[in-house]
Every structure is written in C-alpha cells, then in structure tokens.
Design a protein around this ligand. Sequence first.
Ligand code: 2P0
Length: 337
Amino acid sequence: SSRPGLAHSATAVAHPNIALIKYWGKSDERLFLPRTDSLSMTLDIFPTTTRVRLAPEAGQDTVTFNGRPATGEAERRIIAFLELVRERAGRAERADVDTENTVPTGAGLASSASGFAALAVAAAAAYGLELDAAGLSRLARRGSGSASRSIFGDFAVWHAGRTDGTPEEADLSSYAEPVRTAPLDPALVIAVVNAGPKEVSSRTAMRRTMDTSPLFEPWALSSKGDLADMRAALGRGDLPAVGEIAERNALGMHATMLAARPAVRYLSPATLTVLDSVLALRRDGVPAYATMDAGPNVKVLCRRADADRVAETVRAAAPGGAVHIAGPGPGARLLAE
Ligand code: 2P0
C-alpha cells in the first residue's frame, strides 16, 4: 500500500538457480564479491515467496520462515540484510518478514539464492528503494552471492566485478545480467540423494578452499576459459557442449575442495552412483551432463525431450531419493498484494 500512515508492504517471488559455471570463493566476504564470474540457469520449480511489511511501532524485526520464527544464523542474515536496505533507503522502521520456501533448505539446492532474491525485491519495494534489475542483483548479492543471479530468468552471468580499484568500485561492478542464448530447450533433472542440511556451510568451505587448496587458483583460471566457451556454446544452442563445459567446471570445483586442508567433500557414494548412470546415458547416445553444488545432490542437464528418460535412469540409480524435472524459470518479481 502507498497510502500514507499505513504500513508499507510488498511481496515477491523468486526461483533458485543452478550454476553451470560455478561461484566458489570470495575476494571480499563482507561485500560478497566473488573470486570468479559465474553463469547459471534459473529454475521453474521451488519458488520462494517473501512478504516484507514495515512495522513502524515495532522495536525489532521479526522473521517467519515456513510459518515458524526464524532463529540463529538464518535470522541473523535476514536482519543484517534489512539493515543494509534501511541504510540505503535512509529509513529506520523495523519490518515483519514472512517467507515461504518450497525447496529443502541448506542441501545445496540453492535455497539461499531464491530466498535472498525474493527478499531483495520485496524489501526494496517495501522501503521505497528504487532500483533497476542490475541494482536489485547487486543488492541480492549482499544476502547470498548466488542470489544475484536469481533476479533474472533463464540464463544469467554474474560478474566478479573490477579487481583493480577500490572495494566500492568492485561492489558497483559486481552484478548479474541476462545471457542471450540460441534455442536450447534444456531441462535440469535434479536427483535429491540427501535432502538434509549440509555439514559444512558454503561460506566456510569456500574460505577453506581459497586459503588452503593448491588447486584453487588453477581452477579459477580455467573457469575463465570455461565461461568464454560456455557463452559461445549457449550462443549457438549447442546443448552437448554446454553440458560438457558445465560438467568439467563442476568437477574442477569439487577437486579444489577435495584438495583443501582438511578436505571438504560434499560428494557421497550415492552421488557417484548417479554420475555413473549419467555416463551410461551418454554411452547410449543421450546427451546428459552432471553438475553438483555444495551437497551430494546431482543436477543433470539434458534436452527437455529426454528429461523423462533421464529422470527414470537417475531414479533407478539412486532409489529412494526424490527426482525433480526443472526447466528454465522466470526472474524475481513483485506480486500484486
Ligand atoms: C554456485 N554455490 O555458483 C555455487 C556452486 C555452491 C556451489 O553459490 O556465501 O549460498 O551466501 O555467497 O551463494 C552456494 O553459495 O554462498 C553457491 P554465499 P551461496 O551456485
């Protein structure tokens, strides 16, 4: 509502994204500046819907997550994000945040990406902060790096930003934007081999990898080449090339973690069983390629027309786990209240 005297409120919805060129490692932890550029596909499943309602009488923020009060680190991060929005908007009122998340939290299924993208769009609107899409992406980045990409639908690239200037210059130049592609008709088949929360947070794992892994810098360097190759493959609509590049980039990222001291290993026996089934699909002539994030679950990129067959195959490889089929989804947006 924009009626004076009444609490302002805004509701936004955003979807998770899966990186085909990974974000792993920060050059600035406070500003969420990534060490490398990354590129992702936003999904059409697992939306997060978030309402931010200003509460001028309240002495503190309240955060409700799937109907329950948020606690601990999740609550702390959301309140820190509201502080940032208030600072930028020159406002002081506290807020009630109510968020409904349909994705398993903390399992490497990108719940923080949809979560902070929806929060950025809703909070900016509620506090009267007028931002274009790049500005919203920069803002969402401060909640969780990968959220910068969920502002956009389909494929998005997140720029690491300038590294030769001040932190402010880097901050201004690190945001996501859409990537043009030739028609691909892709699907991501998501094999949930374990929906529980991860043992090591992305933040901790990234920091340890950068600080201790001798493979980190070589991967960061090779990721630049992967991104250039990926843009070209997307531009010509070459799904097998897109998949091959995504798979090698993800395996390289996991190699950097395996070489950290102590090692960070998100991949489980069930993960490797699914990876074997993806190789078997390729041997049978089905273009299917795997990517894994900060957890044991596997996302298989394939053609939409092959998605049911791919889903059957990975379901047989990892019995008991849920399998979801996602297509390219929309960017974050405000809902009419
Ligand atoms: C990505 N991941 O590009 C990479 C690949 C996981 C593996 O972004 O610390 O939740 O909040 O910026 O975005 C997961 O890390 O980390 C992630 P923060 P985020 O999707």
